[in-house]
Design a binder for this molecule. Sequence first.
Ligand SMILES: C[S@@+](CC[C@H](N)C(=O)[O-])C[C@H]1O[C@@H](n2cnc3c(N)ncnc32)[C@H](O)[C@@H]1O
Ligand SMILES: [Zn+2]
Length: 173
Amino acid sequence: MRRAAGGKAGRAKLPAAVRLGRSGVHGHGLFARDLIPQGERVIEYVGERITKAEAVRREDRRLARLAAGGDGCVYVFELNQRHDLDGAVPWNPARRINHSCAPNCEAQRGRGRIWIVARRDIAPGEELTYDYGFDLAEWRDHPCRCGAEQCAGYIVNGGQRWRVRRRLAAGRK
Ligand SMILES: C[S@@+](CC[C@H](N)C(=O)[O-])C[C@H]1O[C@@H](n2cnc3c(N)ncnc32)[C@H](O)[C@@H]1O
Ligand SMILES: [Zn+2]
């Protein structure tokens, strides 16, 4: 097995300010236990560092699982131009964080690591979310159930959501 980036094998402990729970958005999610102040690094997204070619192979396997009626969850996170992180490992509790079109956290990348950082103060009980930043190309494959007022209905990065709205309004694919 490849070395895990930013973490060790085993089951990682959650930061004290966060708990795991059932999400109204999808499956499980992470929730604030205490107030999390704006700017706080809440949790690191860790996983197996893989090449882009390996990420493509794993995406093909994910699509095959989905077509067979299995789990289509995306856990591969773009790290930099050469590598991605596959966060589908038990020592990555951050893999439970769902996407929102009005997120309270953001992913910050640097020095080969990915941190989930609070964009604003987060109240106890709030679900943690960030913008997955998905590309426009496969927008139809990722319906969004974040429930935000500005939700585009699909998981697409904030800068391109207007294109989804325009396509939906025009009835285009
Ligand atoms: C990294 S997992 C998030 C954690 C997941 N809820 C779980 O229980 O493990 C990413 C997957 O969760 C689902 N997901 C996350 N945010 C979503 C959203 N806003 N709307 C619909 N599905 C979402 C999608 O299936 C996505 O591929
Ligand atoms: Zn949404």
